[in-house]
Design a protein around this ligand. Sequence first.
Ligand code: ADP
Length: 597
Amino acid sequence: MFRSIRWKFVTIYFILVLIAMLIAGIFILREVDDLHISTASQQLEGVRYNVMPGLEEIMELSTNEEQVKSVIEDNNKIDLAIGEEIWIIDDNRFDVIASTSANDPSFLKEDQYINLIIQARQTGEKKEVIARGNNDQRSMTQVYPIRYRNIDNTGYLVLRRNLKDVDSTINRIREIIVQVIIASSLATIVLGFIISKSISDPIKDITRKAVLMSKGNFEHYVQVKSNDEIGELSETFNFLTRRLKKSLREISLEKTKVEAIVNHMTDGVIAVDNNHHIILMNPKAIELLNFGTEGYFESDFDKLIEPIAESLTYNKIASEEGWIGSQSISIKDTIVKFSYAPYMNDQNEKTGIVYVLQDITDAEKLDAMRRDFVANVSHELKTPLTSIKSYTETLMDGYVDDPEVQKQFLTVIDSEAERMTRLVRDLLQLSNFDSHSITFYKEYNDYLDLTKKCITQLQMASSKKNIEIKLLTTEKQLVGAFDLHRMEQVFINIISNAIKYTPEEGAVEIQVLRNDDDCVVQVKDNGIGIPADDLVHIFDRFYRVDKARTRNAGGTGLGLSIAKEIINGHDGRIEIESEFGKGTTVTISIPLDVIDF
Ligand code: ADP
């Protein structure tokens, strides 16, 4: 209780007032006492003026006892009411010659009085002493030397009076001072309480609200009741509360923003602290690492990552210089690139590692495709170029004289050049599809007419192999909106493939029909067919089942890729079914009612 500011305040206040009152009391008492003593001294001096002239007229005091008595006992010379007394003592033995007092004069033989008399004799002046008697009462004594006609020392006048009246006045004043001290002390305690309450109450209020604030409650403000220092403190506290509330709101908003960004990032993010605890892991990271859904926070990251890649553990990275780097790791079907770097505290010390995880499976695939593509193109061009070069060199060397052989050589060169032209044309076309720079000129045309036209065009090739092409349809015409030139390219490719990959005497059946709002064209052959493993890659660029054979047949491996792009451009579908050794069926379905042309 006494540790509270309130009690401290009251105690200090009380002690201060008490000390002030005591000092003032002592000072007053001393002053009053001095004043009364000097009055008493003057009164005794008055007696001296009354009796001294008479005494100085007597030549020898001890022999004129009666005359001395008459001088001192003369009426009105002393005030008996205040206890004034006179003793006349002789110069030799200090014996009492005469006295107005009935009191015992033996005290005059005491050392201090003898000394007083001797001092008076030596100095010829008044000597005074205040002494406390046996009854604890003070008395004042004055000693004067008596000189006959101011020449010879004849004896001593001793005047005494008690200081009863002075002591009783002092006692009374002391009582009053004590009463005043008690009253003012009580008033001090009461006032101190009231004043200290006005100081301690706002402080208590601020303390209570500060405790609430520390628990995260920022809704409480302190009442500002005055404009003194306490009021200023209250205002500052309220200002602090408002600022803290605002700052916390901003921080939490920032945190929410960062959380939203991290949670919706397409890359995975993991933050691990110095104790290997995961302090942040976004959903993408959980997905990429194939972890479950929860329970990873505060768990040991090294134990989790070790089965995936030991080189990515905190311990391993922390043992490296700089803690910065990246690694690509295969996790099931995906390739994940881990980039890591340390994060610092305010003293610029490394306090953990941040991992950024990127799914680079597609990028890697694309890269592989690009590499394959370049290899394929180089390979496709190399064969005809080698052949052209060797035939040209032979002709230029002039070893071939026979015009018939020369013509044969030139035919080969021509057909190889033609093959390269076809290849470049097909590549250019695919590149245009990739860059979306191809426009389809769609017009209403008859699918049936187109099919018949293509069959006629390929008649020669089919009859060479004795292959019969049958057109099966119940429709008279099947009109749809399509790019005639490009659709013809698709049909020619599909039908010519059927002829190409069907042995002599085989059969090709083409069915054209309407299925709801689609035109369906089905080209069926009973040729060599495609193995199931190859079927999934059949629309890949440069993909050929039997590479050597198809190259000889003049194929580039790009025909079906182009066909698929064109059919896609018409919002249609192209599918291939095949049984190895038995035959292949290619089915195309294209919407008839295309509006956006
Ligand atoms: P190509 O110009 O080599 O014919 P395509 O893209 O048209 O290229 O065909 C890709 C590959 O698909 C061919 O090389 C061939 O192996 C196979 N193929 C296509 N059509 C047929 C079919 N009707 N029968 C058997 N194999 C086929």
